[in-house]
Every structure is written in structure tokens, then in C-alpha cells.
Design a protein around this ligand. Structure first.
Ligand SMILES: [Zn+2]
Length: 769
């Protein structure tokens, strides 16, 4: 072995030993953390890809979905607030399986007298109760709002046996429905319509005592096919009230009979407009189809107020057809004012529509259709062009509920027509949100019963972008020099939830029936997680392309969480397993701080610490190649003469190296750093995030460095980085723009800030709202 080789190997050994010593120190701090790495891939949590769902997150070559087509005759008995229906369902089994029975959803049974839904929540006596619900709970008999099933018959009119288990009905077909075959059967039913303002139903009527009228918003009103899929088999999890709906796509032909003086709109295209519209309404409608900049009134407030007094005993039937929808809803009343405008999307025209009683004005005529049109434009730009012919916003007190092409929205002015900013922004926001639901889950048709966040979270994220764009498109609608006051989406807004009592927080990946606070769990947190992903982790370009890819891959299909998670990575080349794990599968929070800083200078001589280290390993300086040593300024053997000097003045080996390897002009051009710092960041929070740091120097300059989240991959609690500079470092701030939802910013600065922290200020801010 030559002397040179010996030198070389000693040096290698030394550096390897140094590196290992560092790793060992960290291991001692965190026993076993290698087995629980937050950057481990999600093979255990994710379903295994297969021929139905590809590893890329796209539908696989054998992907299938069932089809349920409906022909329905519906009649509303306004006097008795009852609804009657007869429907024929044609169900196509596209699955590879033979089905021995069919499951039909009877959601109204959640309002049956015998419903178990009110009995499942413990919790004791509340401090206060709404008067209406108090009366319902303790004073009157329970409302009888369940389905009365008159018959279930096959295509030949022969009775089919059926079994009702709460909100699910199993139709016992005599022979299995074979793969690729179709079956038709009919159901006749009726039920009592609830007052939705009393018992928080998603569907029902509001009664107006001043004029004796009702305004109906009707949905989940007919027995609907459950979803059968490669993921769940039959999705027949009961409807308890929180977890929404899972429904297959199909074509609908629906005839709805109501009092002749009612105005009605519904999912689908109206087939007999000339029969149900007056001549004047037809004229206005033709005008609305060409009005792209503002709505045209189809039924005026004056006409609606006149109609309120009639109570016609005649009937009218409104006939609709809808293609490729997963559900059906309609709204009807004498009280409705009606306006519409056209929206250009690509080369298609879509109608933006609003219906509202006079109680909604003047707010509704000013903002509703404007918000509908804006939502269609904004969401289409981020996903795909809205494929349906229209989108309707119906005003219903305290409602915020979505169906294909139609939704119910709150936002009612005071009786004198005045309204607060809170009511105005609440109304615009709920319209954006509910119209937005056309995209998620009406078209990108996820399973709401199982995963609330897949529609609510994605929609709330899209809502945040659409609200901000609304503020830009209509600056006159918001306060001067401000942005739209979004309630959810900004990282700081989710801090109170994520930093709250862990015993009342569930992971986003939970069934909506089982979470404690559904709002932040299924809406706020996933929306914020996506916003942070877009703005901070992936960047807009990569995120927007991936999000659009997901939307287009799963448009008119049934995606699962894995399909979303996988597509976002597949289309962007960003490994996000750590992000999904932290934000969606745990209740961890973000808290990253700056722990400390040490100053170093360059020297020719090993420090005392280094000498001890070498001695322990039997290495002498003669064994080593020429080295540049770094010594800590605060150590007892520090040489004050060497501090703040150019490294090549302090180190002979460095100077020699530069002389040998750089030209004179190269040497003249370099500016050697004079200050060396080891900055240590700690992470009390469980979520790894990009480490966003702003360094400030004595000359007033600042430098921003974003270390990738992978900086935490080997040490989850603490990392140190080296900073070199020509002027002294005077300040460090972690996450200076508050973009990570860091729950405690009191540890985000060096030197530590005095006075109220940003966190305290933010808390004050939240309290004030
Ligand atoms: Zn929603």
C-alpha cells in the first residue's frame, strides 16, 4: 500500500465516520424512525391497482359502470304538501358479475316515524335548541315523512318482492341479472313533504304565512338505484343524514304535474315550453338566449306577486328530458321570479338561471345569475367545459344543496330589503359552491356516502379560486382595494381547527358520518391542503395540469381517492405520498421553527474538538490530504483574529488549491464569503412541509430559500443547514408569507420576536370575524 493510498483511505474513513456519527446521533434521538418514515410510499394504504383502476390513476382497460335510466310521472299535491310518483327504472348491468338482487335507495325513510337516525346521537341535553326542532323533538308526534311504497312490479306488471331495511330496499328479482343484461321494473310511491326550514332537510318546502304559499325545492324524492362498482359491490351503506349520496348515471324522462299557476324548473331540458310558458315568457326567453352580458327577466316580481294570490285548482304538466345525469331535482312555486342569461363556453351556449321569491330581492336579481355564470366560466377553465344545457340557482331559506343542473341557496335580505355584507358574500359564496358541485360530484361522480371530501373538499378548493376570480371580475361588488373575503381556502383559516383538541379531530380519510366537525374536516382542510399544494408544494403549472387531468379522466365516471392521489402524481412527477399521508390520513398539524444558529470561521488548524475526534480514531494530520477546517466562533479555543476574514487568507490549503486550479481572472472575479452559519430548524408539528426561509443580512438584503420537504426525510424533528455570506446574517424568518398553515409562528423567527406574535394577531383576527 503506497503512502498516498493510505492518506486517501484515512480521509475517506474519517469523512465516513463523521457522517455516520451524525446519523447515529439522530437515530438515538428518534428510535426506529426509519421504519415509520413519513416519506415511505403508500403501498399499504392504497388499494392495489388492477384492470378496473390503473396504477396511473386513470380508469383501467376493464373499467365499467352501471347505467340507471328513469321514466317518471310526478304529481305535487300543494294543498296537502304531498308528492306522488310512478317510475320505471331500466337498469343495465355493465359489470362482469351476475346480480342476484338490486338495491334501491329510499332516502326519505330517514324521515320515517320509525327512523333510527334521530336515536343514534348521544350527547345529552344541549344548552339551546331551535324552537322548531324543540317542538318536533319534545312536543309533537314525529313527522311522518317516509316513503309509502304502493308497489314494485316487473316489466310485465307482475309484483316483485322487496325487503326494506331502513333507507335501503332490496328488490328480489326472480333470476339473477346477468352481466351485460338489462332489466326494467316500476315503483309507485308517495310521501309527505317536510318543511325544510324546521328540520334541516335537504329537500322540502318553505311556508310563507303572509300569503299562504309554499316554495318547494324537491330532491332525493324518488327511489333511486344504488351504485354497484368494482370497489364496493353494492354501495348500500344506510343514509343516516350526514354522508350524502352515491348514484349511477342515466337518462331521465320526467313529467311533473303541479298547480297551473306554479313556475317550475328542473334538471334537464324542458320539452313542452310552449305549453307551459305564456307568450310573453316565450318572447323574453328568446331574448335571454341571446343575452350574454346580463340576465333577462322571464317572470317579473310584479307577476310573481300577482300569482301569489291565485291558488289555481287547475294543473299543468312540465315535461323534461335529461341525459347522463346522476340524479334529479326540481323547484316549484307561485312565488318564483325567474331570470336567465346565456353563457358562452367554447362554442356552446349554456343558460345561467335563477329562481327566487320576492323575499330574495333586491339581492337575488342583482347577484344570483351573475354568480352562476361566473361559476360556469371559472370551473370550466380549471376542469372541462360544463357539458349540461343549463345551471339553475334557486333561493331557499337556509339551504345550500346541489343536484345536477339545479341547486338551492341561502342569502335572504331583511324584510325592508336591506342586507349586510355577510349575507351578500354568504349568498354569492353558496351559489358558487352549489353550482360548482355540478363538476364535483355530479359529473366527476365520486362516492359521497363514503368520502365527503372528494366532492366537498375539491369543490371548496375550486370555490376559493372562483371567489377570488369573482372579486377580480366584479371589483364593484366587493370592498375597494380588497380581495373577495373567502371563508375557506387561505392556509391561516384552517389553523384553529388543525391546532384544536385532537380528541375531536378525525383524518380527512374518514366516513362523513363518523367525523366530529364535518365543515373543517370535509370542506376546509382538504380545500386548504389543495390550495397549499397548488401555491407552495407543486406550483400552479404542475398542479393545474394534474388537476385538469384528474377532472377529464373521471368526468362522467366514478373515481376513488386513490384515483385522485395517483393522477396528481402521475401527471406532475411530484412524489406526493408524504403529503397525502400527512394531510389526508393523519390529524397532524404543521409547526416548523428556527431553533438556533452557530457562527463558524475558516482555519488552517483543526479545532480542539476536531483534534479530539481524530485522536479517538488514531488519525494524525499527516495522514490526511490538505483540509479546510471550520471552527465554531463561540468555542473556547476560537481564534478571534480569524473571524470575518476571507477564507483563502485564513487557510493555506485553500489558497494553494485556488492558485493551482483557477486562473488569475477567475480568482479576481470570485467574492469569497466571510461568514459561515449553521442554522438549525426544528419541527414540533407532525407534518413535513417545504422549509421556506427568508434570510436577512446586515446590508439590508434578503435571500429566500425554499428547501424541499424531503429535507425532513431522515430526521423528522430537526435539520441543520449551512449558510455562507459576505455580510453578517441578521435575521431569519420561517414561512414569511404564512403559506403552510403553521399553527404556531412564535418560533418562526431569529432573533425571537417580541410583542404579539403573528399567531396571536391572527387569532385576534379570527375572533373578530
Ligand atoms: Zn358542498
Amino acid at each position: 500500500m503506497t503512502r498516498f493510498k493510505y492518506h486517501f483511505l484515512s480521509a475517506l474513513f474519517l469523512f465516513a465516520a463523521l457522517a455516520t456519527a451524525q446519523e447515529e446521533q439522530k437515530k438515538e434521538r428518534e428510535p426506529g424512525h426509519y421504519n415509520q418514515s413519513k416519506f415511505k410510499q403508500m403501498y399499504e394504504e392504497f388499494a392495489t391497482p388492477n384492470n378496473y383502476r390503473s396504477a396511473s390513476g386513470a380508469p383501467g382497460p376493464d373499467y365499467y359502470q352501471q347505467q340507471a335510466d328513469y321514466v317518471m310521472d310526478i304529481e305535487l299535491d300543494d294543498k296537502n304538501a304531498k308528492i306522488y310518483g310512478e317510475e320505471t327504472i331500466t337498469y343495465t348491468n355493465n359489470s362482469p358479475d351476475d346480480l342476484e338482487y338490486l338495491w334501491v335507495q329510499l332516502d326519505q325513510n330517514v324521515r320515517a316515524k320509525t327512523s333510527k337516525s334521530p336515536l343514534r346521537d348521544g350527547g345529552g341535553v344541549p344548552m339551546a335548541e331551535q324552537a322548531g326542532s324543540f317542538v318536533q323533538k319534545y312536543i309533537t308526534e314525529p313527522f311522518d315523512g317516509g316513503f309509502n311504497i304502493e308497489f314494485v312490479k316487473d316489466a310485465n306488471g307482475k309484483d316483485l318482492s322487496y325487503t326494506i331495511n331502513q333507507t335501503m330496499m332490496r328488490v328480489n328479482i326472480p333470476q339473477p341479472l346477468k352481466s351485460k343484461e338489462q332489466i326494467s321494473f316500476s315503483i309507485k310511491w308517495n310521501y309527505n313533504i317536510p318543511d325544510h326550514t324546521v328540520n334541516r332537510a335537504r329537500s322540502g318546502f318553505e311556508y310563507f304565512p303572509e300569503d299562504g304559499n309554499r316554495a318547494y325545492v324537491i330532491a332525493q324524492f324518488f327511489p333511486r338505484m344504488a351504485v354497484y362498482s368494482d370497489v364496493e359491490g353494492w354501495q348500500n351503506h344506510q343514509f343516516w343524514g350526514s354522508g350524502e349520496f352515491a348514484l349511477p348515471f342515466g337518462d331521465y324522462e320526467v313529467n311533473i304535474t303541479v298547480p297551473a299557476d306554479h313556475v317550475l324548473d328542473a334538471t334537464g331540458t324542458l320539452q313542452n315550453r310552449k305549453e307551459v310558458f305564456s307568450k310573453e315568457m316565450m318572447k323574453r326567453y328568446e331574448k335571454a338566449k341571446k343575452s350574454y352580458d346580463k340576465p333577462v327577466i322571464i317572470v317579473t316580481q310584479e307577476e310573481a306577486e300577482a300569482a301569489e294570490k291565485n291558488f289555481s285548482t287547475k294543473k299543468k304538466t312540465w315535461k323534461f328530458k335529461a341525459e347522463n345525469v346522476r340524479d334529479y331535482g326540481f323547484a316549484t312555486s307561485r312565488k318564483f321570479i325567474w331570470d336567465m342569461q346565456a353563457v358562452k363556453l367554447g362554442n356552446r351556449d349554456v343558460m345561467a338561471v335563477s329562481m327566487y321569491p320576492k323575499e330574495g330581492n333586491p339581492l337575488w336579481e342583482e347577484y344570483s345569475t351573475k354568480a352562476v355564470a361566473h361559476t360556469l366560466r371559472s370551473y370550466s377553465a380549471h376542469t372541462f367545459d360544463y357539458p349540461y344545457p343549463k345551471a339553475i340557482s334557486v333561493h331557499a331559506k337556509n339551504q345550500g344543496m346541489e343536484y345536477p343542473m339545479i341547486c338551492w341557496n341561502y342569502g335572504r335580505p331583511n324584510e325592508d330589503g336591506s342586507y349586510s355584507d355577510r349575507v351578500k358574500y354568504g349568498m354569492i359564496s353558496v351559489i358558487i359552491h352549489e353550482v360548482g358541485h355540478n363538476f364535483f360530484p355530479m359529473i366527476v361522480n365520486s362516492d359521497e356516502r363514503q368520502w365527503g371530501w372528494m366532492d366537498e373538499g375539491l369543490d371548496t378548493f375550486m370555490q376559493f379560486m372562483a371567489e377570488q376570480e369573482f372579486g377580480e371580475a366584479y371589483p364593484e361588488a366587493i370592498a375597494p382595494n380588497s380581495t373577495y373575503p373567502s371563508r375557506r381556502g387561505e392556509p391561516s383559516k384552517i389553523v384553529p381547527y388543525m391546532s384544536g383538541d385532537q380528541s375531536t379531530i378525525a383524518p380527512i380519510m374518514s366516513n362523513p358520518e363518523n367525523v366530529y366537525q364535518l365543515g373543517p374536516n370535509a370542506y376546509g382542510k382538504p380545500a386548504t391542503a389543495l390550495n397549499i399544494l397548488r401555491e407552495t408544494v407543486m406550483g400552479r403549472e404542475l398542479f393545474d395540469h394534474a388537476f385538469k387531468t384528474y377532472s377529464q379522466r373521471w368526468k362522467f365516471k366514478h373515481p376513488t381517492p386513490e384515483d385522485f392521489f395517483r393522477t396528481m402524481e402521475d401527471a406532475s412527477a411530484v412524489d406526493l405520498d408524504w403529503y397525502w399521508r400527512a394531510w389526508f390520513y393523519t390529524t397532524d398539524y404543521v409547526d416548523i421553527g428556527v431553533k438556533g444558529i452557530k457562527k463558524y470561521y475558516v482555519s488552517d488548524k483543526p479545532s480542539k474538538k476536531m483534534q479530539e475526534y481524530m485522536a479517538a480514531r488514531n488519525i494524525t494530520e499527516a495522514d490526511l490530504p490538505p483540509l479546510v477546517y471550520l471552527a465554531e466562533e463561540d468555542s473556547e479555543d476560537a481564534d478571534p483574529n480569524l473571524k470575518g476574514k476571507a477564507p483563502s487568507d485564513n487557510s493555506k490549503s485553500l489558497k494553494e488549491f485556488m492558485m493551482d486550479n483557477m486562473t488569475e481572472s477567475e480568482r479576481a472575479a470570485v467574492k469569497e464569503p466571510k461568514y459561515f452559519y449553521e442554522v438549525t430548524f426544528d419541527k414540533p408539528g407532525g407534518i413535513p412541509m417545504p422549509l421556506i426561509v427568508e434570510y436577512t443580512y446586515a446590508d439590508g438584503s434578503t435571500k429566500n430559500i425554499t428547501y424541499p420537504p424531503e429535507i425532513w426525510r431522515k430526521s423528522d424533528k430537526e435539520v441543520s443547514v449551512v449558510i455562507s455570506s459576505q455580510t453578517e446574517l441578521t435575521g431569519i424568518v420561517v414561512d414569511p408569507k404564512m403559506e403552510t398553515a403553521d399553527i404556531d409562528t412564535t418560533n418562526n423567527s431569529w432573533p425571537a420576536q417580541n410583542g404579539p406574535s403573528d399567531f396571536d394577531k391572527m387569532k385576534e383576527n379570527i375572533k373578530g370575524k
